[in-house]
Design a protein around this ligand. Structure first.
Ligand code: TMP
Ligand code: ASP
Length: 244
């Protein structure tokens, strides 16, 4: 698959055209930002880990009936994906209080919810990704009611699959952010990435943070945390192979 012109460069990834108009190549960078780009840095090896982990998660989710943009991995930093129009929503599912939820509602981090919460932000850096509800999303023309219902169902299914999976790795899935895209025929698929940049992952035994909060909050051990998650994901793959 030939890599053609660059279509887009985001904070963590670049997107390139291919000779097939329905497919693009995502190229993951080591660049890290936080607080809407105010804090900048690099996390050595992050691009490789986020690429490999995202592809692993997308394949797991496909097996569990969640359609995604994934086509195939091309190299350690590059993946071939279906070309989609990203729905400009950040879809956040939370199982445990943390981050902006704790800040906004004035509660400690670590409260385990009886059921997951589903929340939407308007994906708009100029506005700082403001929180919005379904009515707002429809009024702004970001998605239809039917699309929002489908996105909610898919996000909660992703949560169920991922919670179960991370539990087997000794990791608690606290919360995560998803993005969805629409293919040319209007089908909604899971897109973007699933990585320690976009999930909060806490060690089940110690509560240690194994995600981008180490970078956001200057906790140190950032690279080690990403590597630890990668090691557990890959280790599990080996176990599964041996069990076959
Ligand atoms: P929050 O608590 O800061 O709203 O973050 C919720 C989840 O979303 C957390 O797992 C980190 C992820 N996230 C992103 O992927 N991108 C972002 O820009 C932000 C703010 C959060
Ligand atoms: N979206 C944030 C930023 O732009 C990144 C984050 O906190 O995950 O810099």
């Amino acid at each position: 698959m030939e890599k053609k012109e660059q279509l887009y460069e985001g904070k963590a990834k670049k997107v390139f055209a291919t000779d097939d108009p329905t497919l693009v190549i995502v190229d993951y960078k080591d660049d890290a930002t936080a607080f809407n780009g105010e804090k900048r840095g690099t996390i050595a090896g992050k691009g490789v880990i986020n690429n490999v982990m995202s592809d692993h998660m997308f394949q797991l989710l496909e097996q569990q009936g969640v359609p995604t943009h994934f086509v195939r991995q091309l190299s350690d930093r590059e993946t071939l994906v279906k070309k989609v129009a990203i729905v400009p929503l950040e879809v956040i599912v939370r199982n445990i209080s943390a981050g902006s939820f704790s800040k906004r509602y004035g509660v400690r981090e670590g409260i385990v919810f009886d059921a997951p919460t589903f929340e939407l932000s308007y994906k708009n850096d100029d506005l700082g990704d403001p929180l919005l509800n379904d009515d707002h999303a429809v009024a702004l023309g970001l998605a239809t009611r039917a699309e929002l219902a489908q996105i909610r169902d898919m996000a909660l299914r992703v949560d169920a699959v991922m919670q179960r999976y991370f539990d087997t790795l000794g990791v608690t899935l606290v919360d995560f952010k998803l993005e969805f895209g629409k293919t040319a025929d209007g089908t909604i698929v899971l897109a973007d990435e699933i990585s320690p940049d976009t999930c909060r992952l806490w060690d089940k035994a110690t509560g240690e943070k194994l995600d981008k909060d180490r970078f956001r909050r200057d906790l140190g051990g950032v690279e080690q945390a990403y590597q630890e998650i990668m090691k557990r994901i890959m280790g599990q793959g080996e176990t599964t192979d041996r069990e076959k």
